[in-house]
Design a protein around this ligand. Structure first.
Ligand SMILES: [Zn+2]
Length: 308
């Protein structure tokens, strides 16, 4: 027994990398469709420990190369995704695609900088990242390598105005840039080979949708998304969906209630505090993180709808 223990101890000392690999293998990754790999983020607030791993991120593997779609909310999460990717394929990474500007989707980009990939996003993503740089460094420095710096926030070198097809080798991905909705730089990715739609934060499930673009634009985008024929949808947050119209419905009900409630309050010239308390309150029990997200949504809707 003692001899076995000694040999085990020696092996441990000799193979620290084996244990590093074991630790990384806990990075949860599923393959809902052949060649489509998704890490489902945790349902935590942006201020909770573990907040750097709340978005759904992953990659799609073609015959020639790989496209990463969103990279997580820290350099560490990005590195974990890259390590998980390398356990599945040795193919080069051609593209790192960001679905929008939010920190939980982009801060891991720098982990892929040495891969020779092209970074791809909505035509408005570059400006949005420049606007967000100060906030990211101030509020999320612990999620970057120390010292936090602007050069760790990797911006796109290839922009999508409307639509762009990228080929991973017998696997075309159709990227679509959307008018202002969840943000001003939303982008979806459709993998025709598997019928998978990567919806980014145009689709939230379980976690309350956060409005940072246009309420009217988002509702219009949902109408278009609901008409798409897809096999599997990867939302920005929450579980994957097989039935897209059903998956969209709770978000649409909430956003419609938000719009109707805010219009009512505006008609009464009521203070925004009242609106935060009353608007769409019947929806509260259906969603996670209501108190963190809903007040902000009401304020954004007030600003937008006041100009109708
Ligand atoms: Zn977002």
């Amino acid at each position: 027994m003692g001899a076995i223990d000694s040999r085990a101890a020696l092996w441990l000392l000799a193979c620290p990398l084996a244990f590093a690999a074991d630790a990384r293998s806990s990075f949860n990754l599923s393959e809902p469709q052949p060649g489509v790999f998704v890490h489902v983020g945790r349902e935590l607030s942006l201020t909770a420990p573990g907040h750097d791993d709340i978005a759904n991120i992953g990659f799609i593997v073609g015959r020639k190369c790989v496209a990463v779609i969103d990279t997580g909310g820290s350099v560490t999460t990005g590195r974990e995704l890259r390590a998980a990717l390398r356990r599945h394929t040795a193919l080069p990474i051609c593209y790192v695609i960001n679905t929008h500007v939010h920190v939980d989707h982009v801060l891991g980009n720098v982990a892929f900088k040495g891969e020779g990939a092209s970074f791809v996003g909505n035509a408005a993503l570059n400006a949005a990242l420049i606007r967000s740089t100060e906030l990211f460094i101030k509020a999320y420095s612990n999620d970057m390598d120390s010292p936090a710096s602007a050069d760790q926030i990797v911006r796109p070198d290839r922009l999508v105005e409307h639509e762009l097809t990228l080929d991973l080798g017998a696997r075309p991905l159709t990227l679509r840039a959307w008018p202002k909705a969840h943000t001003d730089c939303d982008l979806t990715v459709y993998d025709a080979t598997s019928g998978t739609l990567w919806a980014g934060d145009l689709l939230f499930r379980e976690r309350l949708p956060a409005l940072d673009g246009s309420l009217k634009g988002w509702l219009a985008a949902l109408d278009e998304l609901a008409a798409m024929k897809v096999s599997v949808t990867v939302p920005g947050h929450g579980p994957l969906a097989r039935d897209l119209p059903s998956a969209i419905n709770p978000e649409r009900v909430y956003l419609r209630a938000l719009a109707a409630g805010v219009r009512d309050e505006l008609a009464k010239s009521g203070p925004v505090e009242d609106a935060i308390a009353h608007v769409a309150s019947e929806q509260k029990s259906h969603w996670l993180l209501w108190d963190e997200v809903h007040p902000h949504n009401v304020v954004r809707a007030y600003e937008e709808l006041a100009w109708e």
